[in-house]
Design a protein around this ligand. Structure first.
Ligand code: NAP
Ligand code: MG
Length: 405
């Protein structure tokens, strides 16, 4: 056995729920801890612990990320009414991802994990398409009114300094209808822009940004204006030097171009566009488990996670004593992404090199035809393709890794 690779500074480790919690332990025990001299600041974000601590543990974890700058998070349950009953919860706790994002103020970037024997449904896509979603405001934090009958639907802003309110009539209703108000803040849009330029620069890829500013001449136009300002003031020279481009276009034009493109860019999307388009992207690439996700804060904090949830259906099978074939790729890449960032911040290339070996071992496992059930459905047909159980898949990756050490 070769000597363990030393990781200089701790990383923040956030454990989670259900099937991903099971796989988390497996990948740690089999792929990371045997080879790394690694200290983690461990936070158990499993639902039980969140309930016990009145969700204090999630806030503590976010603050730990601010201290150590990088963290890796397992998928967690966002409780609904069923979960309150299932776990006997004190209340319906908020989504941990939302809580952490609220504290770190970041943007979530997603990108597919590509392998040679799984082709995207869109034939032209050759390089990974990255998506950045502005996860703040808009329709997710709206106010809505069901209009019962004739009357005036209005938009009103009342200044706190006692100045005159600004009013606009949205619609003079003659009959029942609906009306909605949404918001965003200049500072949130600016940090979204900063995160996107930072990520594109980090990855050395073009940045595309799209809104509907021809229709939304104030709201969407403000997004465009802030992105343009940020680019001109802070990024233009750096982008030119790196040979990458910032490109603005309308959302519908962006959709049309994306489908015909080769990929390999970051597509920055407003909240709703990003919600919809990231699911489109994930399924176009075959499986939710082949997608990485990272929260990049404009203050320089990074949180890596899988794009999928806790895979509840598989967990219940597991509890019933059945074997599952659950894909651990996204979780493994969350760990390697976190280690590579740690290596960059610490100036320890040997840690990044080890992380890349794990990634290569994992990709080669799938490319050799050994895969979990979700991938059997989307991989190129090949007689050597073999569906393996959750743990066997990780064992095969370990065997490939051993050959590289
Ligand atoms: P999910 O966990 O993403 O799973 C949905 C389905 O996608 C699974 O039933 C499975 O399909 C397939 N799938 C997802 N990940 C897979 C993997 N690694 N390997 C193989 N198949 C995979 O979503 P969900 O079942 O709707 O949500 C379960 C829980 O996760 C919820 O409590 C939700 O709150 C939470 N959640 C957490 C996060 C997060 O922490 N980031 C994100 C989303 C959801 P088949 O059943 O057809 O095999
Ligand atoms: Mg969605």
């Amino acid at each position: 056995m070769t000597e363990k690779v030393k990781v200089k500074t701790p990383i923040v480790e956030m454990d989670g729920d259900e099937m991903t919690r099971i796989m988390w332990q497996m990948i740690k025990d089999k792929l990371f801890l045997p080879y790394l001299d690694l200290k983690t600041e461990y936070y158990d974000l499993g639902l039980k612990k969140r309930n016990e601590t009145d969700d204090r543990i999630t806030i503590d974890a976010a603050h730990a990320i601010m201290k150590y700058r990088v963290g890796v998070k397992c998928a967690t349950i966002t409780p609904n009414a069923d979960r309150v009953e299932e776990y006997g919860l004190k209340k319906q706790w908020n989504s941990p991802n939302g809580t952490i994002r609220g504290i770190l103020d970041g943007t979530v970037f997603r990108a597919p994990i590509l392998v040679k024997n799984i082709h995207p449904f869109v034939k032209t896509w050759k390089r990974p398409m990255h998506i950045g979603r502005h996860a703040c405001g808009d329709v997710y934090e709206n106010q809505e009114i069901k209009v019962p009958g004739p009357g005036t639907g209005e938009l009103v802003f009342t200044p706190r300094d006692g100045g005159e309110p600004i009013r606009k009539v949205i619609k003079e209703f003659e009959s029942p209808g609906i009306v909605q108000g949404i918001y965003n803040t200049a500072s949130s849009i600016r940090s979204f822009a900063t995160s996107c330029f930072t990520y594109a620069m980090d990855q050395k890829i073009d940045l595309w940004f799209s809104t509907k500013d021809t229709v939304s001449k104030i709201y969407d136009a403000e997004f465009r204006k802030i992105f343009d300002e940020e680019y001109e003031a802070n990024w233009k020279d750096k982008f030119e030097e790196a040979g990458i481009e910032y490109f603005y276009t309308l959302i519908d034009d962006a959709v049309a171009r994306i489908i015909k493109s080769e990929g390999g860019m970051l597509w920055a999307c407003k909240n709703y566009d990003g919600d919809v388009m990231s699911d489109m992207l994930a399924s176009a690439n075959g499986s939710l488990a082949m997608m990485t996700s990272v929260l990049v804060s404009p203050h320089g904090y990074f949180e890596y996670e899988a794009a999928h949830g806790t895979v509840q259906r598989h967990y219940y099978k597991h509890l019933a004593g059945e074997k599952t074939s659950t894909n651990s790729m996204a979780l493994i890449f969350a760990w390697t992404g976190c280690l590579k960032k740690r290596a960059e911040l610490d100036g320890t290339p040997e840690v990044a090199e080890f992380a890349r070996k794990i990634e290569d071992a994992a990709l080669e496992t799938i490319e050799s035809g050994i895969m979990t059930g979700d991938l059997m459905l989307v991989a190129d047909p090949d007689p050597k393709n073999r569906r393996v159980y959750t743990e066997d898949f990780i064992d095969c990756i370990r065997q490939n890794l051993e050959k590289k050490l």
